[in-house]
Design a protein around this ligand. Structure first.
Ligand code: 4AD
Ligand code: MG
Length: 413
């Protein structure tokens, strides 16, 4: 068996090592009498994170968590490891400094396995439901989600931005493929230090055609149900390692999500949480957390005030002060995981809202063409994959939901 030393201890005739590979940790016993004097001297030098190739006999061992241990007949040191810089009790910041090494920990290994399942399940859901996978550009000439979080790039002397979303180009692609999805990096120059924001994150987005607001919400609910179900089936051991209370995830699979309008959310906040929010203000983390603690399933808040949402969201015909936009809020205080909407198809309204935001219409010419030539009702959403992993694993900070996190103050390793 090939593996890495997780722990080691021993006496002058007997050495116990915990050997780790991607799947498990198994105890290996090295006896001087069996391997010989010379080999045992090497065994004595072995430290944490040495990589070894072990030859021996597997024996049943009821006290072992895996039910077996290995009695070593011979071994080879493949890579030495002297004074591995992580032991016990280090600060979160230090563990981020040595993230490239901390990834080997049981906690990070478990999270990364769940993350892999989540990506697979997202692809699986969309492909089984007739979506084409499509990619949009990363270099962009305009904003989509507001100017304040744009990353500027010097593109051969020309100012461009890193994509905040695939959306504008996706809205051009639907005329060919109709129902499309992607999982791609998105970039936001978030200056806030929170447990929910990265500056680069993985964004699962979809756009559907000949569809209304209800269809967009149904796809979001179906997707999350599928991902959570898949993780519960495939990652029992990892969720246990992370001490995730799986009972909290089980309702997600069969129970309908809680849908409410923004106005209803304000009313519930006032009556049940004693929190007053002025109409027209976006829900903050504080309010989102309070709301989500009231339910055991995600909440889908709809019909937000137009002023707090992006220019492309469709006005509600019944009330032009609100838009057909939705946020999915994850339980247990994890907050927004999906943002989506029905798209405005009235070109005049789009132009008016862009102008109100001080945008130059010239930068949006290609986008406006999507409303000029055979426009159809359509909509879509974006799901923050790290936000989803954070909730599923119940992590304190989004930084642990990605191997090498990027935030305003953290850009290495
Ligand atoms: O709500 P947002 O800004 O919506 C959009 O970008 C739409 N254009 C999506 C669409 O309709 N195609 O972002 C969508 C999701 C959020 O709900 C959140 O989960 C995640 O992206 N997100 C972030 N995740 C991590 N770090 C950040 N800084 C994030 N900003 C947004
Ligand atoms: Mg949003």
């Amino acid at each position: 068996m090939d593996g890495f030393i997780e722990r080691e201890r021993g006496s002058n005739a007997l050495k116990f090592i915990q050997l780790r590979d991607f799947s498990a940790i198994i105890q290996c016993v090295i006896e001087k009498e069996i391997v010989g004097e010379e080999k045992f001297k090497t065994a004595d030098k072995i430290q944490v994170e040495y990589s070894l190739r072990i030859f021996g006999e597997v024996r049943e061992e009821p006290r072992s968590p895996v039910g077996y241990e290995i009695h070593v007949k011979d071994f080879e040191v493949v890579g030495e490891s002297n004074e591995f810089p992580i032991g016990k009790d280090f600060s979160e910041e230090y563990l981020l400094d040595v993230r490239h090494l901390w990834l080997r920990s049981r906690k990070m290994t478990a999270i990364m396995k769940v993350r892999s399942t989540v990506f697979g399940a997202i692809h699986d859901y969309f492909r089984k439901n007739g979506f084409y996978e499509h990619q949009s550009p990363i270099f962009m000439s305009s904003q989509c989600e507001g100017g304040s979080t744009l990353f500027k790039v010097n593109y051969f002397g020309h100012p461009l931005f890193l994509a905040q979303t695939w959306q504008l180009h996706a809205e051009a692609m639907i005329f060919a493929l109709e129902n499309i999805y992607t999982i791609a990096p998105s970039f936001r120059a978030e200056k806030s230090k929170t447990s929910k924001h990265l500056t680069g994150y993985w964004h699962a987005e979809m756009e559907i055609t000949w569809a209304d607001f209800g269809d967009v919400i149904d796809v979001g609910e179906g997707l999350i149900k599928h991902v959570v179900k898949t993780v519960l089936e495939e990652n029992k051991a990892e969720l246990e390692t992370l001490k995730r209370d799986v009972e909290k995830l089980k309702p997600i699979i069969d129970k309908p999500f809680k849908r409410m309008t923004y106005n209803e959310a304000l009313k519930i906040l006032k009556e049940k949480c004693k929190m007053e929010l002025e109409w027209g203000k976006d829900l903050r983390t504080l309010e989102e957390e309070a709301l989500t603690k009231l339910y055991d399933v995600p909440i889908i808040v709809t019909h937000y005030p137009k002023i707090v949402k992006a220019f492309y969201m469709r006005e509600d015909e019944k009330n032009p002060d609100v838009v057909l936009g939705c946020d999915f809020l994850a339980p247990e205080g994890h907050g927004e995981i999906i943002g989506g909407s029905q798209r405005e198809h009235d070109i005049k309204k789009i132009i008016k809202r862009l102008e109100e935001q001080g945008e130059d219409i010239k930068d949006y010419e290609f986008y406006l063409d999507t409303r000029k030539y055979g426009s159809v009702p359509h909509g879509g959403f974006g799901l923050g994959v790290e936000r989803l992993v954070k909730w599923i694993c119940n992590l304190d900070n989004i930084k642990d939901a990605i191997a090498f996190p990027r935030t305003m103050l953290r850009y290495g390793p």
